[in-house]
Ligand binder design. Sequence first.
Ligand code: ADP
Ligand code: ZN
Ligand code: ZN
Length: 723
Amino acid sequence: MSKPKIYLDIAVPVPIRRSFQYWAPSFNARPGIRVRVPFGTRKLIGIILSSSEDAVTDVERIKPVLEIIDLEPIFSTTLIKICNWAANYYLHPIGEVYFTAMTSKLRRGLPVSKQEAFLAVTQADENQAAQILQRAPRQNKIWQLIKGQSLIRRSDLKALNLTPGALEPLIKKGLLAWQKSAPQAPSTSPLKHPGLSLNRHQQVAISNIKDPGTHLLYGVTGSGKTEVYLQLIEKTLRNGKQALILVPEISLTPQTLGRFEQRFAVPIVTLHSGLTEHQRSANWIACYNGSAAIIIGTRSSVFAPMLRPGLIVVDEEHDISYKQQDGFRYSARDIAVIRGRWENIPVVLGSATPSLESLHNVRLGKYQLSSLPERATGAEREQYQLIDTRFTNSRSFLDKPMTDAIGKALQSGNQILVMINRRGYAPVLYCNECQWIAPCEHCDARLTVHQKQAVLRCHHCGFQTDLPKICANCRQHSLTPVGEGTQRIEESLNNLFPDYPVLRVDSDSTKSKHAMQELFEQINLGKPAILVGTQLLAKGHHFAHVTMVVVLEIDSGLMSSDYRSLEKIGQLIVQAGGRSGRESKKGKVFLPTAFPEHRELNQLTQKDYLEFADTLLTQRQQYRLPPFYFHAIVRAESRNRNKALQYLDSLRKATANADSIEILGPVLPAMEKRVGYYRAQLLIVSNRRGELHRAMLQIIEVAERIKASTVRWSLDVDPYDLY
Ligand code: ADP
Ligand code: ZN
Ligand code: ZN
């Protein structure tokens, strides 16, 4: 007699937009459990999505599951719902969505091992324990070391100089037991240090943010948003729940971690790409089994498993790094909002410069707004000054009034921050004789001069070549670096102010693991210094001694054809400006520009960010742009010129017209060739989400039908970059 079969829908990591059915003899195959399945000639790890007693196709053709890996689901019912939602919303292959949510060990099919769970002390009675260990002095010694702890993690053992093996006898005697999930948080206080006493605005915000739903916390820089997060987390912990905090950059995790560890006496873990595979896996398990009370992570940790979810915070919610720009192009902020809804918990989106999307959602009544309009320390808001560059003849921003101001600030013992969003020495290597400019062989881009390493580098594809001595075109010794990057500004400032340190912070200077940490430690010593950096410097850092900020090269942002660039430059200016005058000293921000009368720039600097954002929203509505209209992009690329364009053209022709849908293109992006591929794109626009989705489904259907082996195509729903 054959065993009854059940049929399983399984998500497999292949670039195909559907799941696959397999059969298994076991009824233990529940959704969220990993399996090993045959796929073509390969064996792949898959996730069970659902089971049924009916086969979708010919029963004979359905293959059996080879192995059921997990005893318990690694995805909760809610996480399954979220991954399914994301695959559908972003029109991305479902197996790849699930794999984004897994650690590399889980992807390889390795077990969620017992070893990485933790030990709980099961025998609480002192006398009984003493009796059991009477004739085992060595075990008794170990017992004395650990009996006071309610749970012991593998990482704790090292600190106690113990190996897991040394604990085996105690487990056998029933004093300790491996546990998969943590007990409810202890009823003792989760705090190491008490919180600050809140000001009126913070109190209102905290009492607003008690219900499930999405809350936008708009607080000017230094207004004490972090204190609000901390006290919301405290409430969450007291309810025995876990809190998930998303931050935009890895560089912010140590800083955020430090602040949280100072406040809380509970286990805190981080999740980001800077961890070793082993750390990441251990931390994932701590989230999964509930032993981690607070989880701090970057983009993909929006999928972190939580046994007892209680709160999600998205710090700096406007930050573009929440949107993945390749592969599975999802927005972690938007998924956090969906997750909060289905977990039925509050989600807090915090920012001093909220995205237009979030402000729009407040107006629609979808998000609730709480505001912190003043600096918590009582410091005055920074002051902005536009510097008219139209009539200066010096090429550099370092003219006399500016160097005077910097000199004065240094002499008064303060720090100055100079921000330019371009790393390297100079963006262009130019021939004075024949006007040749050093190009990248693989992109429609110029090579950036990196003087110290004496190389030219492409910031788009990573191509690198030695700095040439003569022009490749006319063979003269006539090459000059033109324009400025962080390294050149560092050099100029070093020459002008030889008595003060110039500290450069960009992705080149912070490549090694601890470089960033060391730079920040040096900055925080508070000695007079000049900090030069890219936007890395503008993000969330608290510099107590900066009184002066200069933001360079804002004009390209003011004048760009990309409709988002004005929003982005406005956010950058306010975020950079907000690094100044955070404590008692008042901050001043200088903005060199050839457009000192620019209307929106003046709203931003003379009024505030909200007024600036209001104007931008009005324009977006007028020009039928997001967040009023919805966008999706089909991108295509090919090694052969024009192939991508032709492919999209045939795609467009094969797609039926619909009333509420507008298809624009295909067009070539400004940088047509990138990393060796020629690119083109179609933009699909609608003010109705459902219609846009239907149109995209149709396009996918056509795209999968049209054969074009030399063209790769991809989709981007709610794109951040139009190119
Ligand atoms: P944000 O995250 O909004 O930029 P922070 O939370 O970093 O602001 O707070 C800025 C400064 O204000 C910090 O030094 C913080 O300790 C202080 N601060 C925050 N809340 C209070 C409060 N209620 N009373 C006194 N100081 C506060
Ligand atoms: Zn030349
Ligand atoms: Zn390149």
